[in-house]
Ligand binder design. Structure first.
Ligand code: CAA
Length: 240
């Protein structure tokens, strides 16, 4: 039987590339999305991948959607917590709402989703959870106290949950992407982005496929000894 995966934020950007890469590996993918219905419909028409709309920042919506997916498609073997938003601004301009929305979606979403699939994965003795962090969670970024805190939190969340899943065959890892050529990065002012890219040793933005490659590696049947790790895919922007 094919493995079943949920990819949050899975119809656009990095998430779209992850959904497609898992599908190519024979995985049955359900792609979550929150806002863009037209893009989700186009994605499903083009790929045959089911798209389901809910906000990963909403705990109850996560639980009910996971239950329905498990009833309709099958038990979830792979969870990719990719959904993320930005509300950039220096702390003096950032509102509490900007802070809360980013924490709720980017970090809260990881808890809400993992909570819904973890018991099943453990009881079946196999699971793969990959959380998408960020170079900006590792190194910090001017204008992103909310995003950097949430992404940094993802890295701690990953290491703690990895310990809880290890004995039961559930691996939990993180990918920390650098600046990737998606709509999210395109929203950064051109002059600011040019300065950031100038400091990337590889000398360019990354491609979504280059992140998806890491995710499929971590989700492999033969990846059972890799857990609690963070794979940086950032063109050398941050090495530690
Ligand atoms: N370090 C130090 N000072 C900086 C700085 C930096 N990195 N960036 C800007 N400044 C300074 C500016 O030089 C300026 O100083 P002066 O007033 O003395 O000239 C001051 O800060 C204000 O800068 P801005 O004009 O940029 O301020 P703003 O309020 O118009 O914009 C901002 C602030 C929204 C944060 C804008 O700088 C910005 O968008 N920065 C990019 C943030 C970023 O990289 N976001 C990543 C989004 S993609 C993503 O998050 C994906 C991922 O995981 C990688």
């Amino acid at each position: 039987m094919a493995r079943v995966a949920i990819v949050t934020g899975g119809t656009r950007g990095i998430g779209e590339a992850i959904s497609l890469a898992l599908q190519k590996k024979g995985v049955t993918v359900v792609a979550n999305y929150a806002g863009n219905d037209a893009k989700a419909q186009e994605f499903t028409d083009r790929t045959g991948i089911i798209a389901r709309k809910w906000n990963v920042g909403d705990f109850d919506a996560c639980q009910s959607n996971i239950e329905q997916i498990e009833a309709e498609v099958g038990p979830v073997d792979i969870l990719v917590n990719n959904a993320g938003i930005t509300r950039d601004g220096t702390i003096l301009k950032m509102t509490y709402q900007d802070w809360k929305e980013v924490m709720d979606v980017n970090l809260g979403g990881c808890f809400n989703m993992a909570k819904g699939v973890f018991l099943g994965m453990r009881s079946r003795g196999w699971g793969r959870i990959v959380n998408v962090g960020s170079v900006n969670g590792q190194a910090g970024q001017y204008g992103q106290v909310n995003y950097a805190a949430a992404k940094s939190g993802i890295h701690g969340f990953t290491k703690a949950l990895a310990q809880e899943g290890a004995k039961a065959g559930v691996t939990v890892n993180a990918i920390a992407p650098g600046y990737i050529d998606t709509d999210m990065v395109a929203a950064v002012p051109q002059d600011v982005l040019a300065k950031i890219v100038a400091k990337v040793p590889v000398g360019r933005l990354g491609h979504a496929d280059e992140i998806a490659r890491g995710v499929t590696f971590l989700c492999g049947e033969d990846a059972g000894f890799i857990t609690g790790s963070t794979m940086s895919i950032n063109g050398g922007q941050h090495m530690y």
